[in-house]
Design a protein around this ligand. Sequence first.
Ligand SMILES: N[C@@H](CCC(=O)N[C@@H](CS)C(=O)NCC(=O)O)C(=O)O
Length: 316
Amino acid sequence: MAGAQTIILHQYEISPFSEKVRLALRMKNLGWAAVEIPSIMPKPLLVPLTGGYRKTPVLQIGADIFCDTSMILRALEERFPIPGIDLPGHEGLSHMVASWTDGKWFQTSVGVIFGALGDKVPEDLRKDREKMSGRPFDTKAMAAAAPMLQDQWRAQLMWIEERLEGGQGAGAGQWIVGMKPGLVDAHAFMNPWFVEQNIPDFLETCFKSAPRTKDWYQRMKEIEGQAPEMITGEEALKIARDAAPRLKAAKTEGELQGFEPGEHVAVAPDDYGRDWVEGEIVIATAERIILHRHDDQAETVNIHFPRTGFMVRRLD
Ligand SMILES: N[C@@H](CCC(=O)N[C@@H](CS)C(=O)NCC(=O)O)C(=O)O
């Protein structure tokens, strides 16, 4: 039964960023619980935990809340290091790969998918995404751009093909780097998976130019893990309420804006879904910032964000 030590993923089935974390959980063969959250606002059982952050997924362990997959994967690797998936000799590389897979390639995937599905996208999802991105959801323009984006999507898939062709040593060409699947593979897996869920024929067509990538993708899909325990948002909130954030000595390290522990600040993503989360700094380093917050429903939580892709500003 889920409790304060359980890995709880707030997610939804068709979310590619959620799939990336589910894949990492499978690679580590970890037990976990899932809360199915809505794909559009409002998210009344999630926001009390995150202080306003709305994106998917969010990871919870007790009263510690991890936002953004880069923070989530880092936290999983730190807390559950065996087996390691940040492969020795390739440390740090996964962040660089993720900034491509989660940024440019993901945006190309969104364009290709929405361009193909066009009018089938439900009205409430369109409205939500317009609000979240601040841009009109123009299905005609998306359909017109789709063929050019398809070229771009496949060109990025070919980067994986080139990497798989170029490997050296025993086991080369099986995984993107190293001799076993790791974080770099998990990042690279996300976009083909997203496309396969929505327009599988397009993926098959692209794989004709990328046979090694097709085989690699199949190998990735064969990685088995544990099925989640399904819990409700109410149960997850209660777990947070009954737990205390993991104790950490407050510290800031060489903060460029001069932040100190205990300072009242706000944190928000710098791309879309720019909802500001307010709290007091527990820890701020070059890689992460942890805010302490109190909420009527969740009570005391620590919310962890990466520094890359997030803005931090001082509040008076
Ligand atoms: N940088 C974020 C991106 C997450 C993201 O964009 N997730 C999509 C779903 S896959 C999302 O939040 N969509 C809006 C929503 O679910 O409310 C991360 O790595 O977690």
